[in-house]
Design a protein around this ligand. Structure first.
Ligand code: SF4
Length: 279
C-alpha cells in the first residue's frame, strides 16, 4: 500500500513559533512556567510540555507567580492585565496573524464601525478577539446569523483565522446589504488555506485519506470536513491507535495530512501504522 503525506501537513508557523518561545522560557526560568489554557489545541503536545518541561496550563491566578505564556490563539486583554497585577511575567506567544486581527478590530471600533467577527463564538481565538472590543462585536458563523445583524451605517468585518473562505464570502455577501460602507479584512490565515488545498489535491488521488489531529482543533475538524467532500473515505484520527485496518480494504494508495497543531512525529506514527497493514 502506497502512502502519500500531503504538503504542509502538521505544525504551522504560529505553532512552531509558540513552541520555540516555550522552550526558551523553560531553559532560563527560575520560576514556574504556565500557559493560559492549553498552548495549542493538541492534548498530546500539551501533556508532553507538562510532563517533560513542567509547563502547566492554568485558567485562574491561584498559583504561585511565574511566567505566563499567552497561547497561539491569544487571550483577552483583561487576562494580561490581571496577570501583571498578580506579578506574573507575561510572555506573548500569540500567533502574529491572530495579533493582527486584534489590531484590526480595535482600529474598526476606533473608527466607528460596527464590528463583525466571522467565526465560532465559543472558540478561544474569537473570545480573545472579542476582548479587544470590550465584547462589543457581532459574532456570526453563517448567512442566517448574519441576516439578524441590524442595518448600520458602517460595518467592519474580520474572520477567525481558520474560517472557511467560502463561508466568509457568504457572510460578506449578506453584510453588504446591511450598510452604506463595508470594510473587510481578509484575516484568514494562508497556512490554513494552503494546507486545505494540498490535502484536497492528495485526497482526490488516493483511495483513503487520513487527517491526524486533536478533535478540539478547529482547523483539523475543518480540514477533515473539506477533505471528506473531495473523498468520502476520509477519517479523522487523533493518533495511530485509532487507525482501523478495515478502512483500507481494496485500498492501493492512502493519503495522510495533519492539522496545524499536529506534530510531524505523530503524523509519522500514523504513516507507520498504515504501512504495517501491507496488503
Ligand atoms: S493556523 Fe495560522 S493563524 Fe493559526 S497559529 Fe497557525 S499560522 Fe497562526
Amino acid at each position: 500500500m502506497r502512502v502519500i503525506v500531503a504538503p504542509y501537513a502538521g505544525f504551522c508557523f504560529g505553532v512552531e513559533r509558540a513552541l520555540k518561545i516555550v522552550e526558551n522560557v523553560v531553559q532560563r526560568a527560575k520560576l514556574p512556567v504556565y500557559t493560559w489554557g492549553p498552548l495549542i489545541h493538541n492534548k498530546i503536545v500539551v501533556e508532553k510540555l507538562q510532563s517533560e518541561y513542567g509547563v502547566i496550563p492554568i485558567r485562574e491566578f491561584e498559583h504561585p507567580p511565574g511566567y505566563l505564556i499567552l497561547r497561539t490563539h491569544g487571550v483577552p486583554p483583561e487576562v494580561v492585565d490581571e496577570a501583571k497585577r498578580k506579578r506574573f511575567i507575561v510572555v506573548d506567544a500569540t500567533c502574529p496573524f491572530v495579533a493582527k486581527v486584534h489590531r484590526y478590530v480595535k482600529l474598526l471600533m476606533d473608527e466607528g464601525y460596527a464590528v463583525v467577527i466571522a467565526g465560532d463564538k465559543l472558540h478561544p481565538e474569537v473570545r480573545a478577539t472579542l476582548g479587544y472590543v470590550g465584547g462589543g462585536a457581532y459574532v456570526v458563523d453563517d448567512r442566517e446569523a448574519t441576516s439578524r445583524i441590524p442595518v448600520c451605517k458602517k460595518i467592519g468585518v474580520v474572520a477567525q483565522t481558520t474560517m472557511r473562505l467560502d463561508i466568509y464570502k457568504e457572510i460578506i455577501s449578506v453584510l453588504v446589504t446591511k450598510c452604506e460602507e463595508l470594510k473587510i479584512f481578509n484575516t484568514i490565515c494562508d497556512a490554513t488555506i494552503r494546507r486545505q488545498e494540498a490535502g484536497i489535491k492528495v485526497a482526490n488521488n488516493v483511495d483513503v485519506m487520513l487527517v491526524v489531529g486533536d478533535r478540539q482543533s478547529a482547523n483539523t475538524r475543518q480540514l477533515t470536513d473539506m477533505i471528506k467532500r473531495a473523498n468520502p473515505r476520509t477519517y479523522h484520527v487523533e493518533g495511530p491507535e485509532e487507525v482501523n485496518p478495515s478502512w483500507f480494504n481494496d485500498a492501493e494508495c492512502v493519503g495522510v495530512t495533519g492539522g496545524a497543531s499536529t506534530p510531524s512525529w505523530l503524523i509519522d506514527k500514523v504513516v507507520d501504522k498504515v504501512k504495517s497493514f501491507r496488503q
